[in-house]
Design a binder for this molecule. Structure first.
Ligand SMILES: *Cc1c(COP(=O)(O)O)cnc(C)c1O
Length: 307
C-alpha cells in the first residue's frame, strides 16, 4: 500500500555545490505535495498518524522520509537542517534547542567516561564550563590549550584523547587559529575535530574545507538575527558521525519548536546581507580604533596583527 505521508529523500549528495547566497533560499529538501511555496509550511507535531501498523514499523526516525515522532523533526525543521548543512558544505544537520545544547550534544555523542577532550583557552565561556563539569562529574578530562599552538597540539594529545574543540575566531579575544594545522595534528592520532563556527556563521569560514569533522552553530546569532530565538545546529559530512549525533539528539530529547524554526527560516534568507553589513561596519570601526593612540589592541579577527 502506498504511504501518502512519505516524503522524498533529501538529495543534496547528487547536487553540485550551491553558491552560499543560493543555498540560503533553496534547499534540496522537497516538501510534500501541496506544501510547495516560498515560505516553508509550519508543520507542528508530537504524535503523528500512520495509515497502518506496517507503515509505522517500516518508518525509521533517522531518515527524513516521513514523520515518526515530532521530537525528530517535521518537514519544517528538515528544510532548515538541509539549508544549514548546505551553507556549511556539509551533508547532515540536526538542530537543537540552543547553541549550548548543540555543544553538549557533540560532547555526549563522542565522549564517554575515561576519555579526554581538548578545548581552546578562548572557547565560548559556557562551553568551558561544560568541559569542567564533564571533568568534575563524568570522569572525562577536559584540558585547555593555547588556540595559537598550531602543530604543537600534537604534543598534548594523549591515548585517550577523543575530541578537540576549536573556535575561529575564538570568543571575544578573536584569535584566528591555524585550523588545518590543528586538524592535521588531531587526525594523525585519530582524534576528531569539532568547531564552534558561530562567529563566521558558516559564511566567512568553510570549516569542512579546512579539515574539521564536526561543525557546530549557535543559530541563535546570525541565522536568527532577531534576538528572539534560541537554537543550535550540528553539521557533519560523515555518515558514521551523523549516526552517533542522531542517537545523542534522540536520547537527549533535543527537539525544537517549529514556530522557532520558522522564525529562523524567515531570517535566514537575509543572513548574508546582514553578515556583510556587520563585517563592513566592524572593519571600519576596527580600522579607526587601530589608529587611535589611546588604543592598546584591537580585538577583531582581521585586525589581530601588529600595529
Ligand atoms: C551564543 C554562542 C553560543 C551558544 O548559543 P546559545 O544559543 O546562546 O546557547 C555558542 N558559541 C558561541 C561562539 C556563541 O556566541
Amino acid at each position: 500500500m502506498s504511504d501518502s505521508n512519505d516524503f522524498p529523500a533529501p538529495s543534496s549528495a547528487s547536487l553540485p555545490p550551491l553558491d552560499p547566497q543560493t543555498a540560503l533560499i533553496h534547499s534540496s529538501y522537497r516538501a510534500p505535495d501541496g506544501f510547495e511555496a516560498f515560505p516553508v509550511g509550519i508543520h507542528h507535531a508530537s504524535t503523528v498518524l500512520f495509515p497502518n501498523v506496517a507503515a509505522m514499523r517500516s518508518r525509521d526516525w533517522r531518515e527524513k522520509l516521513g514523520y515518526t515522532y515530532g521530537l525528530h523533526g517535521t518537514p519544517t525543521s528538515f528544510v532548515l537542517e538541509a539549508r544549514l548543512a548546505e551553507i556549511e558544505g556539509g551533508s547532515y544537520c540536526r538542530v537543537t534547542p540552543s547553541g549550548l545544547a548543540a555543544i553538549a550534544m557533540v560532547n555526549f555523542a563522542f565522549l564517554k567516561s575515561g576519555d579526554d577532550v581538548l578545548l581552546p583557552d578562548n572557547v565560548y565561556g559556557p562551553s568551558k564550563d561544560l568541559g569542567q563539569w564533564l571533568e568534575r562529574d563524568f570522569q572525562i578530562t577536559a584540558r585547555f590549550y593555547d588556540p595559537m599552538i598550531g602543530a604543537g597540539l600534537a604534543e598534548l594529545i594523549q591515548p585517550n584523547t577523543r575530541l578537540v574543540w576549536t573556535e575561529a575566531p575564538g570568543s571575544v579575544s578573536m584569535e584566528v587559529p591555524d585550523i588545518p594545522a590543528l586538524c592535521r595534528a588531531a587526525h594523525a592520532r585519530g582524534v576528531l575535530v569539532a568547531i564552534d563556527n558561530t562567529w563566521a556563521a558558516g559564511l566567512a569560514f568553510k570549516a569542512f574545507d579546512h579539515g574539521v569533522d564536526i561543525v557546530m552553530q549557535a543559530v541563535t546569532k546570525y541565522q536568527s538575527g532577531g534576538s528572539d530565538v534560541l537554537m543550535g545546529a550540528v553539521i557533519v559530512r560523515d555518515q558514521a558521525l551523523n549516526e552517533k549525533l542522531e542517537l545523542a539528539h534522540m536520547r537527549l530529547g533535543f527537539g525544537v519548536g517549529m514556530d522557532d524554526v520558522y522564525l529562523v527560516l524567515r531570517s535566514l534568507s537575509s543572513m548574508r546581507l546582514r553578515f556583510q553589513a556587520h563585517d563592513t561596519a566592524a572593519r571600519k570601526v576596527a580600522a579607526w580604533l587601530k589608529q587611535r593612540p589611546e588604543i592598546v589592541a584591537v580585538l577583531h579577527p582581521a585586525s589581530r596583527m601588529p600595529r
